[in-house]
Design a protein around this ligand. Structure first.
Ligand code: 13P
Length: 412
């Protein structure tokens, strides 16, 4: 064996101990090496290489968990965090409304649309006594994650004391998709890697990105669906690289007069596209949470589906489209009434829980917050009553996760 070939064989042997994706092509006059590597969705890299010499071809194949975004530590962290987000039949409280959205809701109740009013409202939420008994996760907004109680205690400290995991909305909102009248695309990928690193340092353990899909005569278009699914997957991969669990939120809106059946078809198509793109971007399915809409009749549809029909159709659609590797599905409420959101989630869990591969949970904003916001209406004297209203909805939804919610809970 020539010295060069001996060197190559030694190099190959030492390669078997590699724990990273470092890779070099190697060539000489008489030998060369062909390699390709495949990183699959669970973070395993299969390296296939062939050493080609004048004496023949020596194949080598080995599989190892590697890669900067899928180091063993990150993979385990992502799996553990994702499990924690849907653990113990508790749920997610979304309080990540953008400032314009929060201000719009304040305006309807004549609450001043100021940073201080938003801070005071968020303080009301995070200091609700007993919140951690029903809520294990909150989604914050960039403004809120940096805020404190009036006495200077950071919100993040209050949440940590209550055993609540904080996370952060990182999309910068939906804007018109060029060339696609009536369709939106969510923005925020530029500079996202740096923002995610900062949030992780601050203590966030997951992130959220919402894509918005409208149903109309010729909507959604295939290209609209693909563009939104692609952005969601790019976001999710960046999150996992940083150690943050992505909450992937493709929301099919309730607005319109479409039927339950049309919503089902669109929702299934959206979810199929999302998982195709997540796989293309090598996102670890065990390390994400899906936040979809329930399958509902459009708000203006004359035939409104019953609670049972919504629950059955939603679960059927999820069965068809969401891989079993995903640990949890946490629904958005999307403008449903608080009571209906609880009732529909309850039937899904009551009827199907033992047959579902994923936890069926909630990640509601309006369906938890709205009664409390109305009760508060910006008045200091209403804080306690508003906190009770918030806790009541959190308890109802916790019961719905167990399939134990009843309408009588609303009158107690
Ligand atoms: P809704 O539950 O009000 O639809 O909100 C979900 C959400 O993610 C808010 O940011």
């Amino acid at each position: 064996m020539t010295a060069k070939l001996t060197g190559l064989m030694n190099w190959l042997r030492s390669d078997r101990n590699l724990t990273t994706t470092h890779w070099a092509s190697w060539e000489s006059d008489s030998t060369y090496r062909r390699t390709n590597h495949d990183l699959d969705a669970i973070g395993e890299l299969t390296m296939r290489s062939e050493t080609v010499t004048h004496g023949g071809v020596i194949p080598h194949t080995f599989t190892r968990r590697v890669g900067p975004q899928f180091s063993e530590v990150n993979t385990q962290l992502l799996r553990d965090t994702a499990q924690a987000l849907v653990a113990d039949a508790k749920g997610v409280l979304a309080m990540d409304e953008s400032n314009p959205t929060c201000n719009k809701r304040f305006a309807k109740l004549n609450i001043p649309q100021t940073m201080e009013a938003r801070r005071a409202y968020r303080e009301l939420i995070v200091t609700t006594p007993g919140l951690g008994d029903c809520i294990c996760v909150v989604i914050l907004h960039d403004e809120t994650i940096r805020q404190q109680k009036v006495d200077g205690t950071p919100f993040l400290e209050i949440l940590s004391d209550a055993g609540i995991i904080p996370g952060i909305k990182v999309d910068t909102g939906a804007t018109d998709l060029a060339g696609h009248p009536g369709e939106k695309i969510t923005e925020g990928l530029d500079g996202l890697r740096g923002r995610l690193a900062e949030y992780f340092q601050m203590g966030a353990r997951f992130a959220k990105w919402r894509a918005v899909i409208s149903i109309g005569d010729a909507l959604p278009s295939r290209s609209g669906l693909e563009a939104n699914a692609h952005a969601l997957a790019r976001y999710a991969a960046l999150c996992q690289e940083t150690g943050l669990v992505p909450i992937v939120e493709p929301e099919v809106l309730m607005d319109g007069d479409h039927t339950l059946e049309r919503c089902r078809k669109v929702t299934e198509e959206v979810l199929r596209n999302v998982f195709i793109q997540l796989n293309c971007q090598r996102v670890l399915l065990e390390g994400l949470i899906l936040k979809p809409n329930m399958v509902l009749s459009g708000l203006k549809c004359p035939a409104q589906a019953s609670v049972d029909e919504v629950a059955n159709t939603t679960v059927k659609s999820l069965w068809r489209t969401v891989p079993a590797a995903v640990p949890g599905i946490a629904f958005l409420s999307g403008g449903q009434s608080a009571e209906l959101a609880s009732a529909r989630l309850n039937v899904m869990n009551h009827r199907f829980k033992s047959r579902l591969p994923w936890a069926l949970a909630f990640s509601f904003a309006r369906a938890i917050q709205q009664p409390a916001l109305e009760m508060w209406s910006g008045q200091v004297g209403n804080v306690k009553a508003a906190q009770q209203a918030l806790l009541h909805r959190a308890r109802c939804n916790r019961a719905a996760r167990r399939g134990e919610y009843t309408a009588s809970m609303e009158t107690k």
